[in-house]
Design a protein around this ligand. Structure first.
Ligand SMILES: Nc1ncnc2c1ncn2[C@@H]1O[C@H](COP(=O)(O)OP(=O)(O)O)[C@@H](O)[C@H]1O
Ligand SMILES: [Mg+2]
Length: 292
């Protein structure tokens, strides 16, 4: 599916003008695409912001397609996407790289292996910073430098001053769901264009299920669309934690339902992931009401 086909000409022109056409060793990091946008505006605004080199913050609950969206932008602009996940990659090294000891002609030398941030800046590619609200305070000076309009950092490992090459862009994501999560500090948020990403619903969700899962049964697909709607309502009311409404889990349940009864599929893909027994009951009851 070509998501750009209904965009106005001046917007598709922007993509052409800013598409990466040079040589790169990082072709394998160009995303596959596949994100279905909630609206044409969302896509237009993202393309404009990227073309203008703005920092982008994707804000939305878990499993709403933020990573998929970043990969799709990478694909549209043919830009390798380097990634850092702040909830996993905790130290400054995860951004800038590390030093190792190597041997050359029998002599010990210190080698430097550049990290994703350095690679993206030097080559003029994209950097995806996932769960940026989880970044440790010691990494903030580095992140701030990257987001600064000067696009320049001093590599703390090598003292090299790195200036981003044309084409470099930052796309960050934050799981700011319906139930409050760790907020992003205001000074940091200030540096971004913020794009709300929400769960696809209705017809759009139906299309996503049809295109991305094994499920073909029209009736079951409609029931799953309804289940998703009910699960989102339950998270908004605080009855179940946000993970229950993740589209990722819903798609898994749809896949399994091709072969096994939906209630069992839902138990495996959604219910059993919830830690709280009461939450499990809420979801199971919703499923029992919808499916035979
Ligand atoms: N709007 C969407 N378009 C395409 N795929 C989606 C969409 N929303 C969710 N998904 C699918 O749901 C799963 C989770 O998406 P992901 O990007 O990992 O979510 P997030 O990063 O927000 O947690 C992926 O398999 C993705 O393909
Ligand atoms: Mg993600």
């Amino acid at each position: 599916m070509d998501i750009t086909k209904d965009l106005p000409q001046n917007i598709t022109n922007l993509i052409e003008q800013h598409k990466y056409t040079g040589e790169t060793d990082f072709d394998y990091l160009v995303g596959e695409g596949g994100y279905i946008p909630q609206s044409e505006d969302l896509l237009t605004d993202l393309i404009v912001a990227i073309a203008q080199g703005k920092n982008i913050l994707l804000k939305g609950p878990t499993g709403s397609g933020k990573t998929k969206l970043a990969e799709t932008l990478s694909s549209l602009f043919n830009q390798p996407l380097f990634s850092v996940n702040c909830s996993v990659d905790l130290d400054v090294e995860s951004f800038v790289g590390f030093k190792t000891i190597d041997y050359q002609d029998g002599k010990q030398i210190i080698d430097y292996v550049p990290g994703p941030l350095v690679q993206a800046m030097k080559n003029g590619h994209f950097l995806y910073i996932d769960e940026i609200n989880m970044a440790k305070p010691e990494t903030l000076p580095v992140i701030n430098g990257v987001l600064d309009y000067r696009r320049q950092i001093t590599n703390p490992l090598t003292n090299e001053v790195i200036k981003a090459k044309e084409g470099f862009n930052v796309i960050a994501a934050i799981n700011e769901g319906y139930i409050g999560t760790t907020r992003l500090n205001e000074a940091l948020k200030n540096r971004f264009i913020v794009i709300d990403v929400s769960y696809l619903q209705g017809e759009q969700l139906k299309n996503l299920i049809k295109n991305n899962t094994n499920l073909n049964d029209e009736k079951l697909i409609n029931q799953y669309v309804q289940l998703s709607h009910d699960l989102i309502a339950a998270t908004q009311q605080g009855k179940v934690s946000e993970d229950a409404a993740s589209i990722r889990a819903l798609l898994d349940a749809c896949d399994l339902s091709e072969m096994i009864p939906p209630k069992r599929a839902i138990r495996r893909a959604i219910v059993n992931k919830l830690e709280d027994d009461r939450e499990q009951d809420v979801v199971q009851n919703l499923a029992d009401m919808l499916f035979e």
